[in-house]
Design a protein around this ligand. Structure first.
Ligand code: HPA
Length: 248
């Protein structure tokens, strides 16, 4: 079964009927993880990464509980939706990126299911963090919707997602360094989500919506108002992409 993880501004699957609200209990959290199970012809699960009302900041997301909850619900592949800042040419606000690589700059997050208490050590291969087939499907879906609606939303197939700790945005110098490192976009939530999915043997792909130019790319500061404006419009588009993935 497919699982969708919604990011900033994406708090439900957008379905009014046939929804079962699950409260998944995991060993990684005292509080249950809410998951929507949408029981249509092609059932899928939906989880809001930041909670239903965006009360969980990036550094406090319980990624282990979320991934374990999806696994228990029967999810075998995940499409993650992320808002990001654009660094490379072609990743400006409103554009869509389906990255094929990442660099992890986060720290202090629980980034593995293995450990001494579990009595197992596992070194998963993570050469290619995103599932190629699922990523290709996402890019195709964006192209089809662009064609159908006469939209010309730029889409970048591939690219490097630099994952920062947050919740603050970066300094201009940090973005300069990340650009030198090869990062094309910057966000706060792809890790450890992607690696935990890998450890749980869940195929994982990510579709990112750029909501701002990253710090220092433009001379001006980054404002939340500009981000919110792009989010609302971009999510309408992403909902159509997701609907195609589910139906296809
Ligand atoms: N930096 C990090 N995360 C983000 C950004 C950004 O500029 N925009 C949206 N998420």
């Amino acid at each position: 079964m497919l699982g969708i993880i919604g990011g900033s501004g994406f708090y439900n699957a957008g379905y009014a009927e046939n929804i079962r609200h699950l409260e998944m209990v995991t060993e990684y959290s005292d509080v249950a993880v809410p998951i929507e199970l949408i029981e249509t012809d092609k059932p899928f699960a939906f989880l809001a990464r930041h909670g239903k009302d965006h009360h969980i900041p990036p550094h406090e997301i319980n990624f282990r509980a979320n991934i374990d909850a999806l696994r228990q619900a029967g999810v075998t592949e995940i499409v993650a939706i992320n808002a990001v800042g654009g660094i490379a040419e072609g990743t400006g606000p409103g554009s869509i990126i389906v990255p094929d690589q990442l660099i992890d700059y986060t720290w202090g997050r629980h980034s593995t299911f293995c450990g001494q208490s579990k009595r197992f050590v596992q070194h998963v291969d993570f050469s290619f963090p995103f599932d190629k087939a699922l990523s290709d499907k996402l890019v195709s879906a964006v192209n089809v919707i662009n064609d159908q609606s006469g939209a010309a939303r730029p889409v970048m197939a591939g690219g490097v997602y630099g994952v920062t700790q947050g919740p603050r945005l970066e300094t201009a110098a940090e973005i300069k360094k990340m650009r030198r490192d090869g990062c094309d976009i910057v966000g706060m939530t792809a890790m450890p989500e992607a690696v935990l999915a890998r450890e749980a043997s869940i195929n994982y792909a990510l579709i990112a919506l750029s909501v701002n130019w990253a710090a220092g790319i433009l001379p001006s500061e980054v404002t939340m108002d500009e981000i919110k404006a792009v989010l609302a419009d971009g999510h309408q588009f992403l909902r159509r992409v997701i609907a195609r993935i589910i139906d296809g």
